[in-house]
Design a binder for this molecule. Structure first.
Ligand code: ARG
Length: 586
């Protein structure tokens, strides 16, 4: 990532830290964004350094610049370096630099090729959406899907070698109740039945109500579970059918939400892999028996020293924790995972902290190569009343009905805006805009906050919304259409240097993309990319309103068309990273 022609801030930082190493003591050469009126980037480390070394800060700054210039290939016609105020070091990219950068990133392929240096082939497993089987998807499944997919696409784009592993919940005590419910109704499971999943949900509810009310039913349900765990053929077949029925319905949803899932290794896959976990954790003295269960106490943690991480239940059964421990090991041994990312809601924070700390100790003791583990958690979607969003009867809203409603609302808007559009096109645009609106409303929020769900806000054509961004892209396409210029034509040659303030501002915004990747990737927060795209669309609007594109002067027209094309490219690339397919027309 030292290539000044992709990520100038990083390239400057690299050379500056080499220059800073010539100073005695520590000199902070980190680069930050500068006040755009004066420069692009800034290094502020000369001030604290001078204070500690009892020197004049402006002199220190000049010394650093001297060392810097000895090293870098930073031609002054590309980057202007100066000392400002009490000793800030400013770096300003010249119009020549801006234009050359824009010429280099002509299409998504060029951007991707440069961006891959962020992760250069790092092997990462991402775990999402990982729903539990035998339940229809509801509003609670929206966030893992949209956040997970955006992160996965971003990491892939930035060069990571990704495996998306959908860790479905397809094993556990609830199958006893479910099988008991199915048998007591003599229900025939049929994967072709569209309502099979609904039926399963209903039978699970009535089964657990019966088990609660009547100990005999509870025993019967437990017997079914034991039979399943011991490989009874009939129960195994029923379980397999339940899982298949769930998968069929999940797959439909994944397709509609444009998810790219590589493998689905659910909890059941690890049934025969937990024995090794118990053995190894006991051997190294990390796990111990406690009231019949096998547990891990994390002695040096204030809370988890007392709050156990239960890895085997009293009845000897494995659980969420043991499965997850086996899963980490499998991902490292089988996929060679260097990093594992889990996308779930914030209520699972304790589980993942305990899991990560346990893995740290266990892998350390065994000398296994430790992967970097990250829990990417998110908050709750709230209704207008500030409580978790629910239907009138108190049930979670079905994801399908949420999507259908988004599309129906988008359709009304599209129809009102373009009444003459052919029906087929209206339907296509409505599906894109509706799903995108829902997705973007979620992604544009800081993932760790709760947010209030609002149809009107997410479907608005102004503000930080999907319709606004989709429209911004479609508008740039229409600039080319109206001018009769093909988007892939060679309209840029002979472009003159950028010079109006709006051209410069737009170019600088475009060049900020790699820094936006930096920020978004640091904590895996897609809203930072959303904010950038929204701002970029705004800066483009200002440019377009103030600087006429189709002008007589060919050299001026060429540079402005190039700015249009690059804005379109970066907006489209950004939207695709969020799993929103841009439209040519709206
Ligand atoms: N099935 C779980 C749930 O619905 C999420 C699983 C997340 N992944 C994991 N490896 N624990 O809450």
């Amino acid at each position: 990532m030292q290539n000044i022609w992709f990520h100038p801030a990083r390239a400057i930082e690299k050379t500056a830290s080499e220059a800073a190493a010539c100073f005695e003591g520590s000199f902070d050469a980190s680069v930050r964004a500068a006040d755009p009126r004066f420069a692009d980037f800034q290094i502020n480390g000369a001030l604290p350094y001078a204070k500690q070394a009892k020197k004049n800060p402006r002199e220190v700054a000049n010394e650093l610049i001297g060392e810097f210039k000895k090293r870098g290939s930073f031609d002054e016609t590309l980057v202007e370096i100066s000392v400002a105020g009490p000793g800030f070091i400013n770096f300003k990219l010249t119009p020549k630099f801006l234009k050359k950068w824009l010429e280099l990133y002509k299409g998504q392929a060029a951007l991707k090729d440069a961006a891959k240096s962020f992760f250069s082939g790092r092997k990462a497993v991402i775990d999402f959406p990982s729903p539990n089987t035998a339940k229809q998807m509801h509003v609670g499944h929206l966030r893992p899907m949209v956040i997970g997919e955006a992160i996965q696409r971003l990491l892939r784009f930035c060069g990571a070698d990704m495996v998306c592993d959908n860790h479905i919940g397809d094993w556990g005590t609830n199958f006893g109740i479910l099988i008991y419910g199915i048998k007591s109704e003599n229900y025939i499971l049929d994967p072709k039945n569209e309502n099979a999943l609904e039926d399963l949900e209903r039978m699970y509810k009535s089964g657990s109500a019966k088990a609660k009310a009547d100990p005999a039913c509870a025993d019967a349900a437990r017997d079914e579970l034991v039979k399943l765990q011991n490989g009874d053929p009939e129960n195994t077949r029923l379980w397999q059918d339940i899982v298949n029925i769930s998968k069929i319905s999940f797959d439909r949803m994944y397709e509609r939400m444009s998810l790219t899932i590589d493998v689905t290794l659910g909890e059941s896959f690890y049934r025969d892999k937990v024995g090794r976990i118990y053995k190894e954790l006991e051997e190294i003295g990390l796990a111990q028996e406690d009231q019949g269960a096998l547990v891990v106490f994390l002695k040096d943690h204030p809370r988890f020293a007392i709050q156990p991480f239960i890895i085997r239940k009293k009845d000897g059964a494995s659980n969420y924790a043991s499965t997850d421990l086996a899963t980490v090991l499998y991902r490292v041994e089988h996929f060679g995972a260097e990093e594992i990312i889990y996308v779930t809601d914030g209520r699972q924070q304790d589980h993942f902290q305990q899991l990560f700390l346990t893995v740290e100790k266990w892998f350390g003791a065994k000398g296994y190569r430790k992967p970097f583990l990250r829990h990417v958690w998110f908050g709750t979607i709230l209704g207008e009343d500030g409580k978790a969003i629910k239907t009138k009867s108190g049930e979670p809203v079905k994801l399908k009905s949420l999507l259908d409603e988004a599309v129906a609302r988008a359709e009304k808007i599209v129809r009102a805006k373009s009444p003459d559009m052919p029906e087929e096109e209206i339907a296509k645009i409505a599906e894109t805009v509706g799903v995108a609106a829902l997705r973007y409303a979620d992604l544009s929020q800081n993932r760790s906050s709760d947010y209030v769900f609002s149809w009107d806000k997410m479907l608005a054509f102004d503000g930080n919304t999907a319709p606004y961004l989709l429209y911004a892209v479609a508008r740039i396409h229409s600039i080319f259409r109206k001018a009769g210029i093909a988007e892939d034509a060679d309209f840029e040659s002979g472009a003159e240097e950028l010079d109006t303030p709006q051209e410069i501002e737009l170019a600088r915004k475009l060049i900020a993309l790699p820094s936006v990747f930096d920020q978004t990737l640091a904590e895996l927060r897609p809203h930072l990319l959303c904010t950038y795209l929204y701002e970029l669309a705004g800066v483009f609007s200002t440019f377009y309103n103030a600087n006429k594109v189709m002008v007589e002067d060919k050299a001026v027209m060429a540079k402005r068309l190039m700015l249009c094309a690059r804005t379109m490219e970066i907006l489209e690339t950004g939207l695709r990273l969020l799993a929103i397919e841009p439209l040519q027309k709206m």
